[in-house]
Write a protein that binds this ligand. Structure first.
Ligand code: PHB
Length: 92
């Protein structure tokens, strides 16, 4: 049990970092939305999404996590696109 508490503490610390990074990434995503609006570009960029996934899978030490990392990124992109849509609709 002591061990479980220690492991959970490690997860909590990682989550603290994740929240900071998540907020930072979504803030930039809103700025990307503003750029895309000015330049009349679509929110969805399939090529960019696939490149990001490929690049980051290549950085994995444990390649058995490749599929899960792709799933993680697909979810991040969905959230990012939703935030961009929201940003564009409120600034019309
Ligand atoms: C992103 O990096 O947040 C991103 C990239 C491409 C998209 C959507 C979001 O199509």
């Amino acid at each position: 049990m002591e061990n479980l508490a220690k492991l959970r503490q490690e997860i909590d610390e990682i989550d603290n970092e994740l929240v900071v990074l998540f907020e930072k990434r979504m803030k930039i995503s809103k700025e990307v939305a503003a750029f895309k609006r000015i330049h009349n570009m679509p929110i969805y960029d399939e090529t960019r999404e696939n490149k990001i996934i490929e690049k980051n899978i290549s950085k994995l030490k444990d390649k058995s996590l490749s599929h899960e990392l792709e799933t993680f990124y697909r979810m991040i992109f969905k959230i990012s696109r939703d935030i961009q849509e929201k940003e564009l609709s409120k600034n019309k």
